[in-house]
Design a protein. Structure first.
Lengths: 313, 215
């Protein structure tokens, strides 16, 4: 029973906090640029406003276009319900492991690309083809960094990986762990459409990837797509902080560890979000044809991570 | 702790070699090289600390003075003289280079297996990484077009050998080490004169020009 409540609480927490993370990154970026910036909670107003508006759908759009926002949002929500956020109690928390998390999120991306093609607008098709190019190149890295983590822990289950890192802090200094983290971080930036790969702040037609796919959406549909995208970023950040730096996470469901877990989780997410904001202020967007170079670099990092854990045992 | 630190330093050195394959600007190569030397000095000092061998500290000190301060300064002078044109079209493009580097490291791991089976040094995990660095540096030399990049590849090759000596045998006798340093410095100076000559004669440091007769 307490587990069910914990899962419900965690899902609500993720859905509630996710827009704040995106808004926080935007706010830090604005401060670093010397602007005042919209407050971090601005995305909540945006979602509220969009939910109250009328949705306009193209006459040529099929059911895929209408179903996609729900698929995107619900896959992100399901993943948010079983990744370790505040607590990672031993044993099976709920069905689902690292593979399920990554490929459920990929399902959302797949539907988004379909919806981009569905309306037949040139921008949608362009965005979908670019997104698929990027995703196809990130997939090998994702699979390899999962293998690197799973090899370290002997299992792909989240609680196993977390407890292994908690039990052996020295292993977290090892090259396998650090290289896998670097690889997964680059993948996070690519999959959630952050800066060196895609610029989330503009609608410039020549460079956009994610924005081009969702260009046809309006009203409540757009609100769901945007909320789903911020949930995806939130889940990836949560995976990065909790799988690689799990210190402070609650291993039981008692109140005091949970409170500590909540505080450390918010702090860790805040630190990583600030790091992304600083990175986005410092780097420029890569030309589309240089994106494969970045992604192959991340692939090599993941490959080295697997090598150093697998071949030296 | 010992093997963890050595492992971390050697992996860092391998990553700096990958930076050379990834980036296109020569100043980035020089800073990657400097970082690599600092890491090498760190690994050497760590081995010295845990085996309580004071000579390795001396080696680390000479490393920092000679390779982390003197040689990067010389490289920068060279760069000032030629202007910093990026490595635009290497023989092998960036994506393929990175993948080849990954395969070379894999090959190094396979090659080092028998060696790792017979030693029980705490630093043995770093042996394949040092060999991987050796191969990747060689690959930098053969796959890049600019003479200055090739020089950096050679210097990294030298670092890889020093790393292999540090983790494989806990350093060679001090006299040999000093001889190697002198050799490396002489080699570097000779190469510098070569690069200057190439630049004087052909007005570029693209070694592609050397394959054609001058008209």
């Amino acid at each position: 029973m307490s587990r069910a409540i914990a899962i419900l609480f965690q899902t609500l927490l993720a859905a509630g906090l996710a827009p704040l993370v995106g808004g926080f990154i935007r706010w830090v970026k604005a401060r670093l640029n010397g602007r005042r910036g919209a407050p971090p909670w601005q995305p909540y107003y945006e979602i509220q406003k969009l939910l109250g508006k009328e949705a306009v759908v193209s006459r040529t759009a099929s059911w895929i276009f209408r179903a996609t926002p729900f698929v995107v949002f619900s896959t992100s929500l399901v993943v948010a319900s079983f990744v370790p956020l505040v607590a990672a109690p031993a044993g099976r928390f709920i069905a689902g492991d690292l593979f399920a998390a990554v490929y459920l999120l990929l399902l959302g991306t797949f539907f988004l690309a379909l919806a981009g093609l569905d309306t037949g607008s040139p921008f949608g098709g362009m965005g979908a083809s670019r997104e698929m190019t990027v995703v196809a190149l990130t997939e090998p890295t994702v699979a390899l960094s999962i293998v690197a983590l799973a090899l370290n822990a002997g299992s792909t289950s989240f609680s196993q990986i977390v407890s292994r890192t908690l039990a052996e802090p020295a292993a977290a200094l090892g090259p396998g762990h650090l290289l896998a983290f670097a690889a997964l971080f680059i993948v996070t930036l690519a999959e959630t459409g952050r800066l060196p790969v895609d610029n989330p702040a503009t609608h410039l037609e020549l460079t956009m990837i994610h924005e081009a796919m969702v260009l046809e959406y309006s009203g409540p549909y757009l609100a769901l797509v945007e909320w789903g995208a911020s949930l995806k970023l939130f889940v990836f950040l949560a995976l990065a902080v909790n799988l690689f730096m799990p210190w402070g996470i609650a291993v039981s469901l008692a109140p005091i560890p949970l409170a500590i877990g909540l505080v450390t989780f918010v702090v860790k997410i805040g630190v990583l979000a600030t790091a992304i904001a600083v990175l986005e202020t410092r780097v420029a967007k890569l030309r589309l044809f240089r994106v494969p170079e970045l992604l192959s670099a991340s692939f090599v990092l993941a490959l080295l991570a697997v090598l150093s854990t697998f071949l030296t045992r | 702790m010992f093997s963890q630190l050595v492992m971390l330093g050697s992996s860092g050195m391998l990553l700096t070699a990958l930076i050379v394959l990834w980036r296109k600007h020569v100043p980035a190569y020089i800073s990657a090289y400097r970082l690599q030397v600092w890491l090498l000095a760190g690994v050497t000092a760590t081995v010295g600390y845990f085996t309580s061998d004071w000579r390795l500290f001396a080696v680390a000190f000479v490393l920092v003075v000679l390779k982390a301060i003197a040689i990067p300064a010389l490289l920068r002078t060279m760069l000032r003289r030629f202007g910093a044109q990026p490595e635009v079209r290497p023989y092998v493009n960036t994506e393929t280079s990175l993948l080849v580097a990954g395969l070379l490291v894999l090959f190094a791991y396979v090659l080092a297996r028998p060696w790792m089976a017979v030693t029980d040094l705490p630093t043995r995990d770093a042996l394949p990484i040092a060999m991987g660095l050796l191969f990747v540096s060689l690959f930098v030399i053969v796959s890049r077009r600019k003479a200055i990049t090739q020089v950096i590849g050679f210097l990294m090759l030298e670092n890889a050998i020093a790393l292999l000596a540090a983790v494989g045998t806990y350093g060679v006798p001090l006299l040999v080490e000093l001889g190697v340093f002198l050799d490396a410095l002489m080699g570097f100076l000779v190469m510098q004169i070569f690069v200057y000559q190439i630049h004087e004669t052909f007005d570029t440091i693209d070694v592609e020009q050397l394959t054609r007769l001058r008209h």
